[in-house]
Design a protein around this ligand. Structure first.
Ligand code: ZN
Ligand code: ZN
Length: 378
């Protein structure tokens, strides 16, 4: 892989965060969300906190350093954190959040309101009272999350590899005859998961959905012992995790020859998905992209049967900012990675969803999931 060293990327992310802290009037941010900590430092363990001090970047002859920004984890991760976070002052202790608050500079110290429980907050208030400098704890929302919505080159590369694993796993599964009459949904999902792991995924991105026949009308169906039968729609929604990044794709196939209603339904969802991808442009609102796809389905009289949003951001989490939905407040920016996934579900009969994962580029939506979107008949 080409590009900057991982440590340089993490530092660039912390620099972008510092700009946000300045504009929010914060002197530091206590980061306790583990996904945000991974994004800012590279640490992949299960317990840590990070204190990012706003005015903390010194350039020396030996390079830049951030002497007052501190990372804390517990004794289980001494070795791992030295390897993964070599470029920040590290502290070993627990609870990590309180250990760092005790070292915080004075002034307004933000904490991540979504990840701090009421009990954690009480502990922080107590630790802040003991801190030498007078400090004021301030709740913040989504500061790191808004940075994560726009991907850097290393992230897009990881997402591309995650999508490739999923594409290849599905191609191999089809090639090997793994989606066939007589198999259960559960067998197909295990087979697909196994293939993704063999191809380099650390895990599936989420619990793989395999939904056959009437079950395909359930948007988030969990695979069961239901047997695949002739004439069924088979909906597969799945993804691979590679280097912590998640892919997400859905394809809907037909076993045997499709009935007219199945062809019509597929054509409708395909047209909506095409319209959604075409609308996913820099500057478009999440609501407008959603509407571009939804209008196609509503105009066909099936608006009620498209019961979820059009898409979501993907990255270190499978669902993250921005949102593509009717109520979305997001605006599309260059290098956001989002899914486009309209679906129409006819209860008791079957449903179709087609989902791609892609990057918003200056010249349009660049798809990363490359499996054909044409109706696949097995
Ligand atoms: Zn999906
Ligand atoms: Zn999705």
């Amino acid at each position: 892989m080409t590009g900057p060293e991982p440590a340089a990327e993490m530092r660039a992310r912390r620099t972008r965060l510092r700009a946000l802290l300045e504009s929010a009037g914060l002197d530091a941010l206590l980061v306790t969300d583990l996904v945000n900590i991974r994004y800012l430092t590279g640490f992949t363990g299960s317990n840590a906190a990070l204190l990012v001090v706003a005015d903390d970047c010194e350039d020396h002859d030996e390079g830049a350093s951030e002497p007052r920004t501190r990372f804390c984890t517990d004794g289980r991760y001494t070795t791992q954190s030295a390897a993964e976070v070599p470029d920040l002052p590290r502290l070993i202790g627990r609870p990590c959040d309180r250990a760092l608050i005790a070292l915080a500079p004075g002034g307004a110290i933000g904490f991540e309101a979504r990840s701090v429980s009421v009990a954690d907050h009480a502990g922080l208030v107590h630790a802040a009272g003991d801190a030498p400098a007078g400090l004021e704890l301030t709740a913040t929302l989504d500061l790191v999350e808004q940075l994560r919505a726009v991907k850097d080159a290393a992230e897009i590369d990881a997402l591309r590899r995650a999508c490739e694993v999923a594409d290849r796993a599905l191609a191999e599964l089809v090639e090997a005859g793994g989606i066939r009459i007589g198999r259960t949904e559960r067998q197909v999902s295990l087979d697909l998961d196994q293939r993704m792991r063999v191809l380099g995924a650390s895990d599936p991105s989420f619990e793989t959905i395999v939904a056959a026949g009437p079950n395909s009308a359930i948007p988030h169906h969990r695979p069961t012992a239901a047997v695949l039968a002739r004439g069924d729609f088979v909906k597969l929604d799945f993804g691979a995790t590679v280097d912590g990044y998640h892919s997400d794709m859905t394809r809907t196939l037909v076993l045997g020859s499709p009935a007219d209603w199945q062809r019509d339904l597929y054509r409708l969802v395909h047209a909506a998905q095409t319209a959604g991808r075409a609308a996913a442009l820099v500057g478009a609102t999440g609501a407008a992209v959603d509407a571009a796809a939804r209008d196609v389905i509503t105009d066909a009289g099936r608006g009620q049967e498209f019961s979820h949003g059009l898409g979501h951001g993907v990255g270190l989490q499978v669902h993250e900012a921005p949102s593509l939905a009717r109520e979305s407040a997001s605006t599309m920016a260059q290098d956001m990675c989002v899914t486009v996934e309209p679906g129409v579900y006819l209860p008791g009969r079957g449903g179709v969803r087609i989902e791609d994962c892609g990057v918003i580029r200056r010249d349009g939506y660049q798809v990363l999931t490359l499996t054909s979107r044409e109706l696949c008949v097995l």
